[in-house]
Every structure is written in C-alpha cells, then in structure tokens.
Design a protein. Structure first.
Length: 369
C-alpha cells in the first residue's frame, strides 16, 4: 500500500493549532496514519511532498439542494424570499433526465471544489443513484412541507418514501420539516412522531423578514425541535436576532449553517455572522442550491464569511468549513479533521496570505486526496 507524506507552509488540522510545516502521513486508502509537528523545521526529503500553500481537511457542505441544479442561472437576484420560492415552484418541474444530468454535474463540481460530505435536501428520490455512486458522503434530508391539513398524511408518506429509497441505496437519510412557516399543524405533529431520537433535523430558519411575518415564536419552536433529535441544524439565519440566537444556542445540540452567497443572491443580505460568532462557535457553512448561487464553492462561502467577521482567525474559518460541519452532520468519526484513523481528504489552498494568515480573494482549492 502506497504511503504519502505531505507537508505545506501550514497544516490546518481542524483538531488543534495550525502546524508550521507540519507533516501528515496517509495510507493508500486515504487514512491518516500520523501527524507530525516539526516546529517549523522541515528538512528536505525525497519522501515528503511539500506545497507552498496550506493543507486543510476536505470541506463539509452542510446545505445543498442537488435536485435543483437544473435551475442554474434561471432565477434573477434580489427578488426576496417570497419571489424566490414562487420562481422555484414555477420552474421545478423538469424531466428526471434533465434533473439527473444537472445534478451529476453539480456533484462533480462539489467534489472538484473539495467537498467530502454534504447535507442535501431532497423532495424526491431522483438523485439517489447519483449520490450512491459519488465519492462525496451524502446525508439526505427528506423534506416535508404543506399548509393544507388535508394533504398532511400524503406529504408525510412522501417524505418517508424518499428516506426509504435513499436507504435502499445505502445512503443516510432523515425526515425533516422544510421550515416553521410551511407546515400545517397536522403535518407538524406527524413529523414530530416520525423523528427518531438519533436523527438530524435540518430546518430553513429565519431566512427573511417575510418568514418572520408568516410564523411566530421561532426560537421557542426551534428549542422544541432540538429536544426531538440528536442534532438541530438551523440553516440561513439571515434575520436572526441576538436574543433568538442566544435562546436557540442554549440547546447544546443546535448548529447554525450559514449560506452567504445564496442569501446575497436572494435578498442582498448577509447573515449576522459576527453576532452569531459572539453567541456560539457552533457555526457551519453551506452553498445552498444552484437556483440561488452561480457555483457550489465552499472557498467562496468562507471568503464571504471572512469579510463579514472582523477578527476571525484562519483556523476558526477553516473549522467552519470542515470539522464544524462534520460534527453538525454527525460524520466527524471519519471526516472534518486531520487526525490518525480518519479519512478526511486533503486540500491544498493557494495562494494564501501567510503573513496575515488569511484567505485571499484569488485563493483556490486543489484536491491532494
């Protein structure tokens, strides 16, 4: 089995401090077998690959909609959430072949961009085959929504069938509510009855002022959901207040997923990342769908987060894109950090501002593993 020793100007393990010219040793199957802190004194060796950038674990994309990839470029920016939802509904219908072709390209795009795991929203099983063959580890959230009480049972059964089909393809899947504003009372109750204690809930949360007008008591409702599952992933948080952040973060199993480029496209707003960082460090990142962004780039999301949060360190920023997402999606047993026994994937980020320890606008990602 081929063994590789890889080093760079810095090794960001997401498990400790960045290692100046640290060395990671990996087996042929990608398993990390050792991490060495050289103290910055790396002697030249033919057996060690050295890169003039920084090496980080593979990205964990906490929120996407693979099945909406055929909508790339179709929905204009700046219309707001209500118009966006109407546009998605009007353009959602497409042939399975069209959806699968676009989803396949999106899957390749994410993998090329360094994604090793992805929390993906699904309303149908059409992408199951693509996910099952992908090198990306997908955690599927089968979404239930509907305001008409008369269709609550049918919507619940549809979400359960999506879960079953994903599992038949050896994929992890969870039933999840779309949002607090898109559920009838009977459907909300049915979802709660079908959420096992070890599951993950991924909830579109406080994405716009329109949402706040459509539903009340967001923080209390989120706390209620957090008691049903092992993880609650609150996605977007574009208009969340400090009080709501403090209250929802008080549940120790709540994570906040930010999708900056999507929020900018839909409403021209960034989530209050600096405030959230003051409240909690349980912050992860997602790209959202190609209906609301022009590319599935985790490095771009991190650059936007870096701009929005003065004082955020490169170490913390990279954690948001790696181990935090892995912990939120419960795949940190093998992914998210460079530690012996894990298979996190290795990415080279260059160029990188080594003097100020920051990503640069021109920073790019290249897969090493």
């Amino acid at each position: 089995m081929t063994v590789r020793k890889i080093s760079a100007q810095y090794l960001f393990t997401s498990a400790g401090k960045p290692l100046r010219r640290g060395i990671v040793t990996v087996a042929g199957d990608g398993t990390v077998t050792g991490v060495e802190d050289t103290g910055g004194s790396l002697r030249e060796s033919a057996s060690t690959e050295f890169y003039n950038g920084v090496v980080i674990p593979g990205f964990v994309n906490c929120h996407s909609h693979l099945e909406l990839s055929h909508m790339r470029g179709l929905i204009p920016a700046g219309g707001g959430l209500s118009d966006f939802i109407v546009s998605v509904r009007n353009r959602r219908e497409a042939s399975d072949d069209e959806i699968m072709a676009a989803a396949g390209k999106a899957d390749i795009e994410m993998h090329s961009g360094g994604v090793v795991a992805c929390g993906d929203i699904s309303n149908s099983p059409v992408t199951a085959g693509i996910k099952s063959k992908s090198p990306i580890r997908y955690i599927t959230f089968a979404e239930a929504f509907g305001l008409d009480p008369a269709v609550a049972e049918a919507r619940m059964q549809r979400a359960l069938e999506v879960c079953r089909e994903m599992r038949r393809n050896d994929l992890q899947a969870h039933v999840t509510p779309h949002s607090l504003y898109s559920l009838s009372l009977p459907l909300s109750q049915l979802i709660k009855e079908h959420i096992p204690a070890d599951s993950i809930i991924s909830l579109h949360f406080l994405e716009s002022d329109d949402e706040r007008r459509m539903a009340k008591g967001h923080a209390d409702a989120a706390l209620d959901l957090s008691g049903l599952a092992s993880r609650l992933l609150l996605v977007h948080n574009t208009v969340i207040t400090r009080d709501e952040a403090v209250k929802t973060a008080s549940a120790g199993n709540t994570w906040f997923c930010l999708c900056p480029s999507s929020n900018i496209h839909i409403s021209g707003k960034m989530p209050p990342a600096a405030m959230l960082r003051e409240v909690t460090r349980r912050i992860a990142v997602g790209t959202d769908s190609l209906a609301s962004t022009d590319r599935l780039s985790m490095i771009r999301e991190l650059l936007l987060l870096q701009e929005a949060v003065p004082g955020i360190t490169a170490e913390e920023l990279i954690r948001c894109g790696t181990i935090n997402g892995a912990m939120a999606l419960k795949c940190d047993d093998t992914l998210g950090s460079i530690e012996p026994g894990k298979r996190p994937g290795l990415l080279l980020v260059e160029p990188f501002d080594l003097q100020n320890m920051r990503l640069l606008p021109e920073s790019q990602v290249r897969r090493l593993l």
